[in-house]
Design a protein around this ligand. Structure first.
Ligand SMILES: Cc1cc2nc3c(=O)[nH]c(=O)nc-3n(C[C@H](O)[C@H](O)[C@H](O)COP(=O)(O)OP(=O)(O)OC[C@H]3O[C@@H](n4cnc5c(N)ncnc54)[C@H](O)[C@@H]3O)c2cc1C
Length: 556
């Protein structure tokens, strides 16, 4: 495990490296030329230069053995620099994941040591032209090559699509159907019959190389079958989702904040109607504060999940990874879009970067599982828990929040409890009306579950920061009082969203109105504006000198 000091130093080196090698003008030029800066990517992964991939590799194979929390911190930082370059580094990590979870000790030693010592780049080849979200539809095959009754190799045929690092990697993990089922293979660049397509012309992450792969009778040795047993591929892919989706969640977080960190200082200098935009409540409370709040809700969930992974929690935390990814990438995407609006006409030009960030972050809602697949993953799992506990799952979570609220009444835990009780009621209406037979209801439930759970995570985080119990590595952009205000704003949104949208869709699908007290739910919105004012003040460093409503009006 990496110490907080080492992590801090690594992030500092990463920032300095990026400042020198990837200043804004260079990023804009590369984006316009649609070019992957291969040499820079290689230097980032080279053990003699930046060696960022060493953080991800276990110590026994020459790396630093970073945990999920370290990886989240580094991924957020990389995304703040450039999501295309971050994707290139991530691809090596994703590509080596089937090895990390499923390979034999010999295979691990060979490939992970090569990543650590030589800085080789990997690509992760799962998606195919007809197999995207549904990898079960995989058509690439790996047929056994026999010598008598002994397997002496595999012959791979088929194609892969949208593969990050596809055109530049040194080695590829490739998912293919064997007689025993889907399995991962390592294929090296240069293998006979293996060809890489030209880079795709993409909407965003244009600094990332994305290419198709084709395999025509590509012969590999049997020891290239990861784990040495056929049919483990989908299980191996599933086993790392909690972890890998957390990385993409951190990308959404980093990119979203990167846009806001450009919009916030811009708004202090841009004078319109006699005052800086930062002093206009209609500006900050639409274009800045709500995005900050949603990003920080996602951060709370990411950090909790990372801590659980690092403490050896049972299971793959697949659902938690999905919640983190869904919330952070949707929030990152919305924040970047608001970033363009916040800069007005300047935001719409290349020079001010927010439009590039907005194009780049869009991919995070698509790769490593689309937002809709995340909604489905979340909903299916929590629905089972609802049934198993006879409808008590979210009531139980709500009761935990009520206990927290009794001790810490200012962190929004009571509001989070309201969101969770409401969700339990909506789910029960969906059960009695058998509404999850409608896929739309199932997926919408996934969204409300994610909101309710993030409200809980953010309330807990606000308590931990107040009690000085946040891990040393955790992000500390807000002090305890401001984070409590952030938590209250988000929990209000979660409670109302679940109630309004939940009853809308339950009734819309022919179910019975859930038992909700809307008067009480609307009452939870009291002080919303005051909390938003205080978050805006914290963001603009004017804590303790909040602008009076009269001042606001004067500058409207
Ligand atoms: C730039 C880029 C880089 C990528 N890098 C990699 C990589 O390195 N390795 C790799 O293997 N793949 C990679 N991908 C592929 C990526 O993971 C897939 O694009 C993604 O999983 C979605 O698959 P798809 O494109 O086939 O869309 P589809 O699965 O066809 O989905 C299309 C739409 O339908 C929705 N949808 C799909 N199934 C359902 C359903 N059952 N119910 C309701 N809605 C549904 C989706 O949410 C989406 O909105 C990359 C893609 C891009 C664009």
């Amino acid at each position: 495990m990496i110490t907080p000091k080492t992590l801090k130093l690594s992030i500092k080196s990463l920032r300095e490296f990026a400042k020198k090698r990837l200043p804004d003008e260079e990023l804009i030029a590369l984006d316009e030329r649609d070019e992957c800066p291969l040499e820079t990517v290689r230097q980032m992964c080279s053990p003699d230069k930046l060696g960022i991939q060493l953080l991800f590799i276990p110590e026994e194979y020459g790396g630093f053995g970073g945990g999920a929390f370290d990886v989240y911190c580094v991924c957020e930082e990389m995304a703040r620099i450039d999501l295309g370059v971050a994707t290139a580094v991530l691809a090596t990590f994703l590509g080596s994941d089937p090895i990390t979870v499923g390979a034999t000790p010999g295979q691990k030693k060979l490939w992970l040591s090569r990543i650590a010592d030589e800085g080789i780049l990997f690509a992760y080849g799962a998606t195919e032209p007809d197999a995207g979200s549904d990898l079960g539809a995989l058509q690439t095959t790996a047929d056994r090559v026999m010598d008598g009754d002994r397997i002496v190799g595999y012959r791979i045929n088929g194609s892969k699509q949208w593969i990050s690092n596809g055109g530049i990697a040194d080695a590829y993990t490739v998912l293919a159907n064997t007689p025993g089922g889907p399995s991962w293979f390592v294929v090296e660049r240069g293998a006979s019959g293996f060809a890489q397509g030209k880079p795709e012309n993409k909407h965003g992450i244009r600094l990332s190389n994305t290419a198709a792969l084709s395999f025509t009778d590509v012969l590999v040795d049997p020891d290239r079958l990861i784990g040495g047993v056929e049919g483990q591929g989908l299980l191996q892919a599933q086993a790392v989702f909690g972890y890998t989706r957390l990385m993409v969640a951190a990308f959404g977080l980093g990119a979203g904040w990167s846009a806001l960190d450009r919009a916030i200082p811009y708004s202090t200098k841009r004078i319109q109607a006699g005052a800086p935009l930062s002093e206009k409540q209609g500006y900050t409370h639409k274009l800045i504060v709500p995005h900050v709040v949603r990003l920080e809700a996602a951060r709370a969930y990411i950090e909790e999940t990372a801590e659980r992974i690092d403490s050896g929690a049972e299971g793959s935390l697949n659902t938690e990874g999905a919640i983190a990814k869904y919330m952070a990438t949707e929030a990152g995407n919305a924040a970047a879009e608001a970033g363009i609006q916040a800069l007005g006409g300047y935001g719409y030009t290349h020079e001010y970067m927010v439009e590039k960030i907005s194009r780049d972050v869009r991919i995070t809602c698509i790769y490593e599982g689309t937002s809709e697949i995340m909604e489905m993953t979340i909903s299916r799992d929590r629905w089972q828990l609802h049934l198993k506990t006879r409808g008590e799952y979210y009531h139980d979570r709500a009761r935990e929040m009520e206990t927290l609220h009794a001790k810490h009444p200012n962190v929004g835990a009571g509001l989070a409890a309201a969101a969770m009780h409401t969700l339990a009621g909506v789910m029960e209406s969906a059960r009695t009306g058998r509404l999850t037979r409608h896929q739309h209801i199932l997926l919408r439930l996934g969204e409300w579950m994610a909101y309710a759970e993030c409200a809980g995570a953010l309330a807990r985080r606000a308590v931990r920061i107040a009690e000085g119990k946040l891990p040393e590595k955790a992000n500390r952009r807000f002090d305890a009082a401001s984070l409590a205000a952030v938590a209250r704003i988000f929990a209000r949104e979660a409670a109302l969203r679940v109630a309004q949208e939940g009853s809308r869709w339950v009734i819309g699908a022919g179910g019975k109105m859930p038992p909700l007290d809307f008067t009480a739910l609307y009452a939870t919105q009291a002080d919303l504006l005051a909390d938003m004012d205080s978050v805006a003040d914290a963001l603009y460093g004017r804590v303790g000198q909040a602008l009076s409503p009269a001042h606001q009006l004067a500058h409207a």
